[in-house]
Ligand binder design. Structure first.
Ligand code: NAD
Length: 242
């Protein structure tokens, strides 16, 4: 229950789904947790009282600067950033228009870069930090359609490796986390046939839970993973092993 004791952590897209679970499990493990999010449908009111909330659209550079400055002013440091916020667009590449492409890139890829861009100077000054970037099995492999989503998740995977190498000697670890199919509001709103197909192709034959992803993030955030950087932690019921 204290794997993250003493750590100040920021999680994006923490109002629901995987991000919500990461926030709750991190707090349970002793982290001082700042849950951030953007949308009206997110439910921050029901979060445990020990978790604070900040409004943050991850595509907004000024909002990042405000949020992280507030975290550091209030808590003195930022030890962990989980870049979790993400959106999907299902269009195959020939149907995708420039607006759809840009929207997905702005959140999934630019948002991840801006998050790292904002916390790294603080982590450099501290001489330590752990950044966890949520990619996907679609950052390593593919199904048809959702071209922009695949593009961003592949980018997140390699941005993480580049950041890991750039800051390896400065005490900042950067790893990507690759969930397989997880039951969340995002996947609930997808075509049921597509969901059933992905589950049927998953060796364990079931969807993962947000908590199963959250505990992998706890490992990456904690000092238990102190020799781990530039890695891809895959949590997918065996999907990518095939
Ligand atoms: P979700 O839609 O349930 O939650 C995503 C969260 O991100 C929401 O709270 C949403 O408000 C927030 N968000 C969206 N745009 C934002 C923005 N501009 N600024 C701040 N917050 C924003 O999705 P989820 O399934 O919980 O997915 C979380 C992450 O996990 C995403 O990066 C997703 O790509 C990744 N992922 C999910 C699955 C899955 O099967 N659910 C699999 C692999 C990877």
């Amino acid at each position: 229950m204290s794997r993250l004791q003493g750590k100040v952590a920021v999680v994006t897209g923490a109002g629901r789904g995987i991000g919500r679970s990461i926030a709750e499990v991190f707090a349970k493990e002793g982290a001082t947790l700042v849950a951030t999010g953007r949308r009206g449908e997110d439910d921050f009111e029901s979060l445990d009282g020990s978790i604070s909330y900040a409004q943050l659209d991850v595509a907004d550079k000024a909002a990042w600067e405000r949020t992280i400055a507030d975290v550091v002013a209030q808590h003195g440091r930022v030890d962990v950033l989980v870049n979790n916020a993400g959106i999907i667009n299902y269009e195959p590449l020939h149907d995708l228009d420039v607006d759809g492409w840009n929207e997905v890139l702005a959140v999934n890829q630019t948002g991840t870069w801006l998050g790292m861009r904002t916390v790294v100077p603080h982590m450099l000054a501290q001489g330590r930090g752990s950044i966890i970037n949520v990619s996907s099995i679609w950052g390593n492999a593919a199904v048809g359609g959702a071209h922009a989503y695949h593009a961003t998740k592949g980018a997140v995977r390699n941005m993480s490796k580049n950041a890991a190498i750039t800051y390896a000697k400065e005490g900042i670890r950067v790893n990507s986390l690759h969930p397989g199919f997880v039951a969340t509001p995002l996947t609930d709103s997808q075509d049921a046939d597509v969901n059933a197909y992905v589950v049927s192709q998953t060796p364990m034959g079931r969807a993962g839970t947000p908590e199963e992803i959250a505990y992998a993030a706890v490992y990456l955030a904690s000092d238990e993973s102190s020799f781990m950087t530039g890695s891809e932690l895959v949590v997918d019921g065996g999907y990518l092993a095939q």
